[in-house]
Write a protein that binds this ligand. Structure first.
Ligand code: AMP
Ligand code: MG
Length: 535
């Protein structure tokens, strides 16, 4: 297809134009950069820049999410149409789309990093479905924007597969997240130095269409605040309240305070969810925390295999381990502190912001207690239960025990016949198994006594535990296997994983391999245990 065809396709009322209705509140209601196009620049007094995706050689749809498509009102025939690959590969626009890159600036690894912005993400538009839900469609890896700084605006296939699969896996786990509609390859290579060690190689390139009610992050507020632009800051707060928090009422500073408290609570619940399922984000910079409390920006994330609160998948963070599994709730709180600093000019005093931060601790503790009850199968969390859970975590860590397998298996535990043999499959190392055998037996005896004292009947307990402890998570090595195949042109591994992860809490006969512990070969392999920000 040549460029004239693209232009015609955009002009004609296409099947996508019939299916999707756009209402682009962000660009309509907020001040934008008067300059258009991708040349790199500092942008003051504006919250976004208009820029179009860079066309690609040969866009090809290789995977899509049926649930997300349906939610948007798209039929399979819409998604599989040639027009879809053109649009979601960045070669054409649908009537009503007004592409832009957002301007923001934030903290990276604890330090102020100045203006960042969407360096490779381009929003196409905000679509409103038949139920009135607003979904922003955003291409990641769609080419240069004014915020690309020194980089190329592109994304490699491996990181795009990881973002696509994990977005949908998280959704099905019931963890708040941005979504993914489609994964399109471009037919062009891209150069990447995966571990920043001078060994760059050409990799296939791809574009994910991610979808969210809002892509506003903490850092969107930080940039105008850092520049002393309180007018712009307030404009953005008022917009966010109107569009993204319509459930909040009131006015003035009381409304602002209520909103900040709500952001703190959502973030707290998200952290409790991550800790429940064993997800490590890997890069909790302020540009990667969503104002809606959604998991956002899937980069060098990872899933806990053997339980280890000190583990980080991100080699870029290997030295300080700032973003290791166990510190995520504290780091989220640190990020909320940065957001509070940014919002301070919109408040007469710091007191309401401090009250909001206090809501974080309360909400996190409540959610963490609810998780203890859910994961261990208790009717409610009693005051001694956090200590019981803490003990278990100690045993899991000392024994290098697989977190997902252990908790899933725990539902089959019989308090009348407590036996550690039930958990044989969850161990990675025989000597570790022996060294924690007594501690595990002691813990199981305590647990059995606690269960006998709990009012929940056994069947209800097992059901509750199955709903809190997934059988299938997107283990790092599983994603890497799908990536290895995809890099050879075989996309079936992606489709199969996507399908398995649609029902993470169900036992899926015939798919036991997807629930197995990490194989030995994956222990120290790039992509399986080590990931970098190079994506
Ligand atoms: P991330 O670590 O992916 O959240 O990215 C941090 C910042 O770097 C964001 O402003 C991104 O838009 C930008 N960025 C990351 N990778 C690229 C790339 N390949 N091209 C342009 N900008 C990028
Ligand atoms: Mg980011």
């Amino acid at each position: 297809m040549n460029s004239t065809d693209h232009a015609l396709q955009a002009a004609r009322p296409s099947r996508l134009a019939q299916a999707l209705r756009f209402d682009n509140a962000f660009v309509r209601e907020l001040p934008g950069d008067p300059v258009e196009g991708p040349q790199v620049r500092q942008v003051h007094g504006a919250l976004y820049s208009r820029v179009r995706p860079t066309p690609v050689a040969a866009p090809r749809l290789i995977a899509w999410s049926p649930e997300m498509a349906e939610r948007l009102g798209l039929e399979a025939t819409d998604v599989e149409s040639p027009e879809f690959a053109q649009v979601f590969g960045g070669n054409a626009l649908v009537d009503g789309m007004e592409p832009f890159a957002a301007n923001y600036g934030g903290h990276q690894f604890g330090n102020w990093a100045g203006q960042l912005g969407d360096g490779r993400a381009i929003t196409l538009g905000e679509t409103v479905n038949a139920q009135g839900e607003r979904w922003e469609l955003q291409l990641k890896g769609a080419g240069k924007t004014p915020y690309s700084r020194f980089a190329d605006g592109r994304a490699v296939l491996r990181s795009s597969i990881r973002e696509f699969l994990c977005s949908e896996a998280m959704h099905h786990l019931g963890v708040p997240t941005t979504r993914a509609l489609s994964l399109v390859t471009t037919g062009e290579p891209v150069l990447r130095d995966m571990f920043y060690d001078g060994r760059a190689r050409e990799e296939p390139r791809a574009i994910v269409c991610r979808v969210s009610p809002s892509f506003i992050r903490f850092c969107n507020f930080e940039l105008p605040a850092s520049r002393g632009d309180t007018g712009l800051l307030k404009t953005l707060i008022d917009f966010t309240l109107r569009r993204d928090f319509p459930e909040l009422s009131g006015s003035g500073e009381a409304l602002y305070a209520d909103w900040f408290g709500a952001v703190c609570e959502r973030t707290a619940r998200l952290m409790a969810d991550w800790m429940r399922v064993g997800f490590v984000h890997g890069v909790m910079n302020t540009d990667n925390l969503s104002i809606l409390g959604l998991t956002i920006d899937y980069g060098p994330y990872g899933w806990i295999d053997d339980f280890d609160p000190d583990w980080t998948p991100n080699t870029t963070d290997a030295h300080g381990r700032r973003y290791r599994f166990g510190t995520q709730p504290d780091i989220a709180f640190w990020n909320l502190g940065q957001l509070a600093n940014a919002l301070a000019p919109a408040f007469a005093s710091a007191e309401p912001l401090q009250a909001g931060l206090d809501r974080y601790a309360d909400a996190y503790n409540a959610a963490a207690r609810a998780n203890i009850a859910a994961k261990l199968g208790f009717a409610e969390c009693r005051d001694a239960d956090p200590e019981l859970m803490g003990r278990l975590y100690g045993v899991l860590q000392a024994g290098e025990i697989d977190m997902t397998i252990f908790f899933r298996t725990l539902a089959q535990f019989d308090p009348a016949a407590p036996s550690p043999d039930l958990f044989a499959d969850a161990f990675y190392d025989e000597s570790r198994r022996k060294s924690v055998a007594k501690d595990l037996s002691d813990w199981l005896a305590r647990y059995a006594a606690r269960l006998k004292d709990d009012p929940l009947p056994a069947a209800a307990r097992r059901e509750q535990m199955r709903r809190a402890n997934p059988r299938y998570v997107l283990r790092n090595y599983l994603a890497q296997q799908a990536i290895d195949r995809a890099e050879q042109g075989d996309y079936a591994g992606i489709h199969e994983l996507l399908d398995v992860m649609r029902r993470p809490y169900d036992d899926q006969p015939g798919r036991e391999a997807f629930a197995a512990r990490r194989p030995d070969w994956a222990r120290n392999r790039a992509g399986c245990s080590m990931l970098s920000c190079s994506s």
